[in-house]
Design a protein around this ligand. Structure first.
Ligand SMILES: *[C@@H]1O[C@H](CO)[C@@H](O)[C@H](O)[C@H]1NC(C)=O
Ligand SMILES: *[C@@H]1O[C@H](CO)[C@@H](O)[C@H](O)[C@H]1NC(C)=O
Ligand SMILES: *[C@@H]1O[C@H](CO)[C@@H](O)[C@H](O)[C@H]1NC(C)=O
Length: 473
């Protein structure tokens, strides 16, 4: 009897010890992952004042000196490899992929002020690196990469730079009429993303994509299928052009417009398979030949990402999770108009989904509401301590629901508020709520630190190219 009691007491004591130690470890853990050596300074910026510490510091130059080191250490997002971090353990490796060129001022502006500033807040480096595919022969592009690389640690995202040579046959650059050589080169390049990206998933985004919310696992995957969004935008004449040339490349009609969301998550080998299919279908030995042969036939335009996703629809449908908004058109009628027998859309392909980005070039936001609304929603009810001015800024948004997540463009009609979410219905409303329950957990765990000083770092990086961004908030 006595010995039994003794063992029970020992067991209880042991359990209490384990709990205490575990709690203590959890408390000090951030200091292990932080970068003690940087002390919050951006070493490569020379003249720049040390970056401020903690989420609450919006004005980095004001009280930097006073900020205790402890804060700076824990405020930089851990850059441990995703594999060792549990939050996205079951998400396949992916690369956020951008094809751009630093020679075009407007692209640079979008890249820094729109894409990179928002991505540094809302895309976790644990999800995947950022890859930029650049022009091989461009000195500027190499300098651009060199400058940018210096900031990756402070932005909490690793970057890689790939250099693509000019196509052998320069007709690729001019065959599609009405677009610049650079634009055509970028388009053409999309057929080869798998040659530059080695992760199983390519998360493709334009330079003018703007993140509007932290990205969660469920925004990317449903089970083990990659999420795809599409929309019925066939009323636009350019979509008909894309459809026409797409049919000539792969022999199938576009089931919907897939240029209506970012990032477009593509299994890397879907791109390879699509390319092989094109070669067979067009009966040529290179994509250059196919591109020229098809491009020449028409005044139409080409949308490679639509071609790739259309290929995925017809040949690899089971690997993706489809969310097509056919707008207020009857499904049977839609199928008759746009699909081929045996490949019709079913009602399970039409379920609502929301956006984590919008297309900035086509989104008018003169009063800069989007960033504020997005930020306020992301910090809402989290453990983060907001500085007074942020609290004030968020006051008007306090009861705001993020219906913005159901918009993509507003200067052209790409939204779901008049279709899936008509009358701001309960179903969509609960999707928003569920999403923010998930982002709140990620923020509270430190996966997203929503640290605005990273936005300042992007603005510093942009100065190198004389790009001056409008205030973020
Ligand atoms: C970034 O790269 C460094 C060096 O290769 C690595 O130690 C770190 O884990 C990476 N960070 C992320 C977020 O992948
Ligand atoms: C494909 O091209 C080859 C050579 O260019 C030609 O001999 C062959 O007949 C073509 N096949 C079809 C199905 O058009
Ligand atoms: C903040 O959270 C509350 C409760 O979850 C919600 O009602 C409100 O709409 C949220 N505010 C913003 C700005 O998202």
């Amino acid at each position: 009897m006595k010995t039994k009691q003794f063992y029970v007491v020992v067991a209880i004591l042991f359990a209490v010890c384990v709990l205490v130690i575990h709690h203590h470890m959890a408390y000090i853990w951030p200091t292990y992952n932080g970068h003690v050596d940087t002390m919050g300074h951006v070493a490569t910026m020379g003249h720049v004042a040390p970056i401020s510490h903690g989420v609450s510091n919006i004005q980095p130059t004001t009280d930097v000196k006073k900020a205790p080191l402890r804060h700076s250490v824990s405020s930089i997002q851990p850059t441990t490899s995703r594999k060792t971090v549990s939050h996205f353990k079951d998400v396949p490796d992916m690369t956020l992929t951008v094809r751009m060129s630093s020679n075009v001022a407007s692209l640079l502006n979008f890249f820094f002020c729109t894409m990179l500033r928002s991505l540094t807040l809302y895309w976790s480096g644990q999800l995947g690196n950022l890859a930029l595919i650049l022009d091989k022969e461009s000195q500027e592009d190499h300098k651009f990469a060199e400058n940018l690389q210096k900031y990756q640690e402070h932005l909490g995202i690793n970057m890689s730079f790939d250099y693509e040579p000019l196509p052998n046959n320069k007709r690729v650059l001019t065959v599609v009429k009405g677009k610049s050589r650079g634009y055509n080169r970028q388009l053409y390049s999309s057929f080869f993303m798998d040659k530059f990206i080695s992760t199983p998933v390519v998360a493709w985004i334009d330079t003018d994509g703007k993140f509007t919310t932290p990205v969660t696992r469920d925004n990317i995957l449903n089970g083990n299928k990659l999420r795809v969004k599409g929309m019925n935008t066939f009323q636009n004449n350019w979509i008909q052009g894309w459809d026409k040339l797409g049919k000539k490349m792969i022999g199938k009609p576009m089931p919907s417009d897939f240029m209506t969301f970012f990032p477009v998550y593509i299994w890397r080998d879907t791109i390879t398979n699509c390319r092989n299919h094109i070669l067979k279908y067009v009966n040529v030995s290179t994509i250059e030949e196919a591109y020229i042969q098809v491009g020449i036939q028409d005044t139409g335009i080409m949308s490679p990402v639509n071609i790739i996703m259309t290929y995925a629809y017809y040949f690899e449908k089971e690997r993706y999770d489809w969310h097509i908004d056919i707008r207020n058109v009857d499904l049977q009628k839609y199928n008759k108009l746009h699909l081929i027998p045996g490949h019709e859309l079913t009602s399970s392909d039409l379920t609502p989904d929301f956006h984590v980005t919008l297309h900035d070039k086509y989104y008018k936001d003169d009063k800069n509401i989007v960033n504020r609304q997005a930020y306020c929603a992301a910090v809402n009810n989290t453990v983060l301590n907001m500085e007074q001015n942020i609290k004030q800024m968020c006051e008007p948004f306090k009861t705001n629901e993020m219906w913005l997540l159901f918009e993509f463009c507003n200067t052209i009609k790409q939204e779901h508020l008049t279709t899936w979410c008509k009358n701001k219905n309960k179903h969509c409303s609960s999707m928003i709520k569920e999403h923010y329950d998930k982002t709140r957990q990620l923020v509270n765990k430190g996966v997203y630190n929503l640290d605005l000083k990273k936005v300042k770092v992007v603005e510093e990086a942009a100065k190198f190219h004389n790009v001056k961004c409008q205030p973020f908030l």
